[in-house]
Write a protein that binds this ligand. Structure first.
Ligand code: NAD
Length: 428
């Protein structure tokens, strides 16, 4: 992240640039530049030691022009309202670009879930719903998991909401566990979708995927399934992944030049995406510094961990061999790094297109909840591949037609869809 730019300012700067290119009216800008509404609240939680601890919670609803707001809830010690605002805004663009009939929202709690017991986490999740239940719902705002939250937590939240409204309402939240209203394929969906867009981008660039290597930042939900799918779908190799180590309070890159074994690494990774260092070393992995992943001699980079990871400083380490950057994470590339990619002709798949597989599958989950009829995994993945494929090509066509960078093209497709919905509803 650049020194003075927080994620929301970054989201607004990206929006402003495209709003200028589209010559958007001041009314439309006013409606889309800031969130529709936001909630700030305190969540009292009885801790295991008997003391009451109060956590800060947020929910931001950026736009409901195209349908109910949609977006994850993050549990993170460094959560800020501006991060939540940025993520809510990107959700609006993400749902529009993926062409699913939902708007944008995001939530968060300032906490470190790795320090909480199972019971404390459950009470925190239920406490979040107690604060928000009147303002969420299948036709209002549908939360989901994000960094630091899990399917089990979604299950508790759905249960709390169902109790408060007095009827079983699985469609209030997505990313629920299987057997508890969840959809097959949801866990793999975001990483799978990232790789569908990479497959299409490599075709467009005329690169044979089998001859490619890729470096990934992160090894949580998105990164794990991106790594697994990269090998299966593209046939190329993943040379490294990285993760935050809570015990050491720093991140590391785990590499193997002849390709990592993502399934093995997954088997020695905890629920927060931290790889067991000792076991990795024993299996022959090289442990390098946090940013080593970005300097690898590969064709494809997948930042799939945190915002601002590819910034004015780290971008200087990017190899000349890199042809494609696929933003698995939300907001991983700062405007300075974007400029360098543009100048060097690096093809970028922007976050809200690249990682739209998760929300698309979440949408499938709520459709299945509504029908009370559940699809096979094959059916889910096939529908997901199709949606991601169409979304990628829509943005690519826009990029070619208007001769703009892929991020701007994605914004154009999204802003166009949201603006059209607002016009049709008589808001403009
Ligand atoms: P996660 O919590 O499962 O994993 C995060 C990973 O990043 C972990 O391996 C963690 O150790 C690592 N990490 C954290 N800080 C790091 C650092 N400083 N350097 C290197 N690694 C670090 O989270 P996730 O669900 O995989 O989400 C990752 C990103 O993708 C986030 O930006 C999230 O908003 C975005 N995203 C997630 C989904 C989803 O379905 N999970 C969907 C769309 C976008």
């Amino acid at each position: 992240m650049s020194a003075n730019l927080n994620p929301f300012e970054m989201a607004q700067r990206q929006f402003d640039e495209v709003a200028d290119q589209l010559d958007l009216s001041s009314d439309t800008r006013a409606l889309l530049r800031n969130p529709l509404r936001e909630f700030h609240f305190q969540i009292p939680v009885r801790m295991d030691n008997g003391q009451l601890k109060t956590f800060r919670g947020y929910r931001v609803q950026h736009s409901d022009a195209r349908g109910p707001c949609k977006g994850g809830i993050r549990f993170h010690p460094a959560e800020t309202i501006d991060t939540v605002r940025a993520l809510a805004t990107w959700m609006t663009w993400k749902c529009a670009v993926a062409d699913i009939p939902l708007g944008g929202g995001k939530g968060g709690v300032i906490c470190d879930p790795s320090t909480l017991s199972v019971g404390e986490k459950e009470r925190l999740c239920r406490g979040w719903v107690k604060q928000m239940w009147r303002n969420i719902g299948p036709r209002i705002d549908v939360p989901a998991p994000d960094v630091g939250t899990t399917p089990q937590m979604m299950g508790w939240m759905m249960d709390e909401y169902s109790k408060l409204v007095g009827n079983y309402t699985p469609g209030v939240i997505t990313g629920k566990p299987l057997g508890g209203g969840g959809s097959l394929g949801r866990t793999a969906a975001t990483g799978f979708g990232v790789v569908v867009t990479i497959r299409e981008a490599l075709k467009h660039l005329g690169i044979n995927g089998k001859n490619t290597s890729c470096a990934i930042q992160g090894f949580g939900n998105v990164a794990q399934y991106a790594a697994l799918t990269y090998k299966d779908m593209i046939g190329g190799k993943v040379v490294c992944v990285s993760c935050w180590d809570n015990a050491d309070k720093k991140s590391y890159t785990f590499s193997k030049d002849d390709g990592i074994d993502a399934a093995f690494l997954q088997s020695i990774t905890d629920q927060y995406g931290t790889i067991n260092k000792a076991k990795a070393i024993e299996a022959g992995y090289k442990i390098e510094d946090a940013d080593a992943w970005i300097g690898k001699d590969v064709e494809v980079l997948i930042p799939a961990a945190i915002e601002g990871a590819v910034n004015g400083e780290t971008v200087k380490r990017v190899s000349k061999k890199v042809r494609l950057v696929a933003e698995g994470a939300n907001g991983p590339t700062t405007p300075e790094a974007d400029e360098l990619f543009k100048k060097n002709g690096v093809f970028l798949i922007p976050d809200f297109l690249c990682n739209a597989g998760g929300v698309t599958c979440s949408y499938f989950e709520s459709v299945q909840n509504d029908m009370n009829f559940y699809w096979s995994e094959e059916e889910v993945m096939q529908k997901l591949d199709q949606k991601m494929n169409v979304a990628f090509h829509k943005v690519l066509e826009m990029s070619k037609a208007r001769k703009v960078y892929m991020r701007n093209a994605a914004y154009m497709v999204a802003i166009d869809a949201v603006t059209r919905a607002m016009q049709l509803r008589g808001w403009l």
